[in-house]
Ligand binder design. Structure first.
Ligand SMILES: Nc1nc2c(c(=O)[nH]1)N[C@H]1C(S)=C(S)[C@@H](COP(=O)(O)OP(=O)(O)OC[C@H]3O[C@@H](n4cnc5c(=O)[nH]c(N)nc54)[C@H](O)[C@@H]3O)O[C@H]1N2
Ligand SMILES: Nc1nc2c(c(=O)[nH]1)N[C@H]1C(S)=C(S)[C@@H](COP(=O)(O)OP(=O)(O)OC[C@H]3O[C@@H](n4cnc5c(=O)[nH]c(N)nc54)[C@H](O)[C@@H]3O)O[C@H]1N2
Ligand SMILES: [Mo]
Length: 770
């Protein structure tokens, strides 16, 4: 086995807290790289402020009374990434064919800077060449006129505003399909499906103020320090009030252990820090159903004992009786489940689960926060249902300080679903659209992300329009997907920076550069605002003030309108140009379509802290068929969906603290001690002994699911790590080539990226796939 050379990337233990001087240093590195002077970052001060702009990074709620600097290290990186002075111009594309650019790393593609001109792919030159906007729109419309609408995909990534998303969904439906997959399909769709079935709403029930009222927080599978760092302020404040934070995560993530607030001069000066988790349970990947089962088993046992002794009950029987359905079936299953099965599947011993159950049993208000560690498994929806079971046992939904708290990803991913980006007819406002615009919206279910991948691979998808994102990199099975992609007839990407998806053009291909949210957007009626919905269902206005990266950029609404006008029959009730001239008119249309949510939308746009769209479950009104909150009996204890056999590992594909999804800001993962590389395989020390591996060995992973395709990722550096035996960790998106399209969550179709079955091959035959 090859050894790593000593001058190569380093992996060492990181001793510091999340936040702190490390995050300040990290910013000091990124600003000069983007050629942004520190004092030039006036924009940062406007981040997440009333009349400022909504951060383009994560969807964590924005408080009504923000800190002087309401941003985090990651938000600041995302801002710098968008405001960069670097440019990817038509001259650049003259120098490089797409074949040449495909050899570049993801990092280098985006680091080259903002796209400046609309570009057309020239198949003979194998290059993008500059074109006019009209030429692009006419050619796209001409092509779209020739397809069966069912073979066309309208993808979007969750950064797109409510205004652009509404127009995009309407355009697709008027064109004749609802093939509207979005990044949510790869992310919290397990939440949307699981919570809807359990409590009648597809979203979390809590708001920021609940952090002030809870007395315990249970935290499952979310890496707050890297992916929602502003929440650290809420967690820190909760800790200072004595709130217990009980964490379940296979990895000891630094943000969940301790935090130094970079905005707190005293903490910074004294190098002091706040401990975050009061209990830390390193559950196996896919072991959360078992862990919660164990907690429920204690609670039910203690409740039985209390009932026999005439003591106060441990469960909230009044709540269970009045508000829930199917408790008995769930309790029977809990009683029948054996401890040794629970311990084996959770990878935790009974004592640890008892400790967690003790906190839960005495807490009056409990929030359950979670992320991709629950949603991205074959049984991801069951994970979410199990989390709801846990909360229902003590009435922890629909009261202050309590409730499920999914941490959404992209800054408007939840909002897109609210305004019609969905492939599901039951979630689309079919009747309203009919009434408002006098057309018959399609009622046949559209394609989600997994179905789109299938369609690309089997050739039934002919055209792909991408509103942002990096579809080809974010999806599973990147090998077969990249092989099939060039057979598409038409690919159109509306983007701010060059990424790998743009480098595999269809027969006809356009790359259309758009304004980012931080940039000034001037239309006929003057400067425009857009809006987004955060993780707590609050809707915020956002105004960009920075000078656009190029005078040739169009806004997302303008691009959608230009395509829509050309591909859908003209309709006297839709004034696409008028909407673009004044986005307040798009908001009027949104309000007309969803009057309950968006009443007085324009007036409320800049309400402090956003305006809340309401949530019936938080009022204990259950919009389920039984009109009750539903207990769910899990079908098994493991969420992985595959059997354990010797030599088969559960691979978690993870984000570093130096990336935003497929955007790689850099090659460090400070909190995990990784420097200068992303080719890392985190591995349990005992597993390394069993596999006869040493630190620094280079290995290949192979997908261990039986089908005809061989999926491998080579060049990974074995790194001993505090991770449960049988589990491995490596980075997304580089490992997406290992995930079969069909390895996804049942019901929600979210790729099962947190338990990919893999085996280790004792070879060093191939170069790393970047
Ligand atoms: N800076 C930055 N911010 C981001 C993003 C980004 O890439 N960078 N991405 C955004 C997006 S789109 C999203 S969806 C979110 C993603 O944010 P997260 O939900 O934090 O996603 P991941 O980084 O994939 O990490 C998942 C966590 O789950 C743990 N985990 C894995 N498997 C299991 C399991 O089976 N059980 C449990 N209990 N834990 C498990 C992992 O150790 C890891 O800590 O963040 C958003 N915010
Ligand atoms: N293995 C594995 N796979 C995963 C995941 C995982 O944890 N593991 N996570 C999944 C998740 S949670 C998600 S959300 C998806 C992410 O999937 P996507 O949302 O498709 O990917 P991003 O990396 O966020 O997209 C980055 C690109 O968006 C474009 N962009 C940025 N800002 C703007 C803008 O303002 N407008 C427009 N039009 N374009 C813009 C830029 O060109 C940039 O290159 O990946 C999923 N895939
Ligand atoms: Mo996401």
């Amino acid at each position: 086995m090859a050894r790593q050379k000593s001058d190569e990337p380093r992996i060492e233990t990181f001793e510091g807290p999340a936040g702190g001087w490390g995050s300040v240093r990290s910013l000091a590195e990124i600003l000069p790289r983007e050629q942004l002077p520190v004092q030039g970052l006036r924009e940062l001060a406007r981040q997440n402020k009333p009349a400022g702009f909504a951060c383009v990074s994560c969807a964590w709620p924005k408080p009504a009374h923000p800190h002087p600097a309401e941003f985090c290290e990651e938000g600041a990186k995302a801002t710098a990434w968008e405001l960069t002075k670097l440019r990817t111009t038509p001259e650049f594309f003259k120098d490089y064919s797409l074949t040449a650019l495909r050899q570049w790393r993801d990092y280098d593609l985006e680091q080259h800077g903002r796209l400046t001109h609309p570009m057309r792919y020239d198949i003979d030159l194998d290059k993008y060449v500059a074109c006019s906007w009209d030429e692009a729109f006419d050619a796209i419309a001409a092509a779209l006129g020739t397809y069966d609408p069912n073979s066309v995909i309208f993808y979007s990534s969750g950064r797109t505003s409510l205004e652009a998303s509404y127009m995009y969904g309407l355009m697709a439906r008027m064109y004749g399909n609802q093939n509207l997959p979005d990044s949510s399909n790869m992310c919290h769709e397990s939440t949307s499906v699981g919570l809807k079935a359990a409590i009648g709403v597809p979203v979390g029930t809590t708001q920021l103020k609940d952090f002030e009222e809870c007395d315990a927080i249970f935290f499952f599978g979310q890496n707050v320090g890297s992916n929602a760092p502003r929440m650290l302020h809420d967690l820190r404040a909760a800790r200072k009030r004595g709130v217990e934070i009980v964490t379940f995560n296979p990895l000891r993530e630094r943000g969940l252990e301790r935090f130094t607030d970079p905005q707190n001069p005293i903490e910074m000066a004294t190098l002091s820090e706040t401990g975050i988790s009061t209990q830390y349970h390193q559950v196996k990947a896919g072991g959360d159903i078992a862990a919660i089962m164990g907690i429920a088993k204690f609670l039910i046992e203690w409740d039985d004992v209390a009932a026999a002794a005439g003591d106060a009950p441990v469960l909230d029987h009044d709540f269970i009786k009045r508000h829930t359905h199917d408790f008995d079936a769930f309790a029977d299953r809990v009683r029948a489940t054996e401890w040794h099965d629970i311990e084996r599947e959770a990878g935790l011993d009974r004592g640890a689960l008892e400790q967690a159950a003790r906190v839960y049993a005495i807490s009056k208000a409990v929030m359950a926060i979670y992320g991709m560690g629950l949603t991205q498994h074959v049984r991801g929806v069951e994970n979410v249902r199990m989390l709801v079971n846990f909360l229902l046992l003590r009435g922890n939904i629909g009261k202050p300080g309590a409730g499920p708290t999914p941490v959404r990803g992209h800054s408007n991913v939840q909002g897109q679903r609210t305004v019609g980006i969905t492939e599901k007819t039951e979630l689309a406002p079919v009747e309203k659209l009919k009434e408002l615009y006098s057309f018959d919206p399609p009622t046949e279910k559209g394609l989600d992300t997994i179905e789109t991948c299938r369609g690309v691979i089997d050739g039934s998808v002919k055209a792909f329009i991408g509103m942002g994102g990096n579809f080809l990199r974010a999806v599973p099975d990147t090998g077969p997907m990249e092989a099939a992609w060039p057979s598409l007839d038409l690919t159109v990407h509306i983007a701010t920076k060059l990424n790998r998806s743009h480098l595999l053009p269809g027969r006809v291909a356009y790359l259309l550069p758009c304004l980012g949210r931080i940039e000034q957007d001037i239309q006929a009626s003057g400067p425009q605002a857009v809006s987004v919905e955060d993780s707590s269902s609050c809707i915020h206005g956002s105004v960009g003030k920075a000078k656009p990266a190029s005078p040739h950029l169009l806004s997302e609404p303008a691009i959608v309108a230009a395509i829509a006008k050309r591909i859908v029959p003209s309709n006297p009730r839709i004034d696409w140009d008028g909407w673009v001239a004044d986005y307040a008119r798009i908001r009027d249309a949104i309000e007309a379509t969803y009057p309950d949510i968006f009443e007085n939308f324009n007036e409320r746009l800049f309400q402090r802290g956003g305006f809340w769209k309401g949530n019936k479950a938080s009022e204990r009104i259950w919009l389920t068929p039984s009109k009750k909150a539903e207990f769910h009996v899990p079908t098994g204890l493991s969420a992985t969906g595959f059997a354990d056999v010797a030599g088969r590992y559960r691979l978690m594909t993870l984000r570093s603290n130096d990336q935003f999804n497929t955007t790689i800001y850099g090659f460090h993962d400070r909190f995990r001690g990784v420097k200068g590389t992303r080719d890392v395989l985190f591995m349990n020390a005992e597993d390394m002994v069993r596999e006869a591996l040493s630190e620094g060995d280079i290995v290949t992973l192979e997908c261990a699911l039986d089908d005809e395709i061989t999926r491998r990722r080579s060049g990974l550096i074995v790194t001993p790590y505090d991770i449960p035996s049988g589990c491995l960790g490596a980075y997304y998106p580089e490992c997406n080539c290992l995930i079969p399209v069909e390895h996804h969550a049942e019901q929600s179709h979210v790729l099962a990226a947190k338990s990919v079955p893999v085996k280790l091959l004792p070879t060093n035959s191939q170069k790393p796939f970047m």
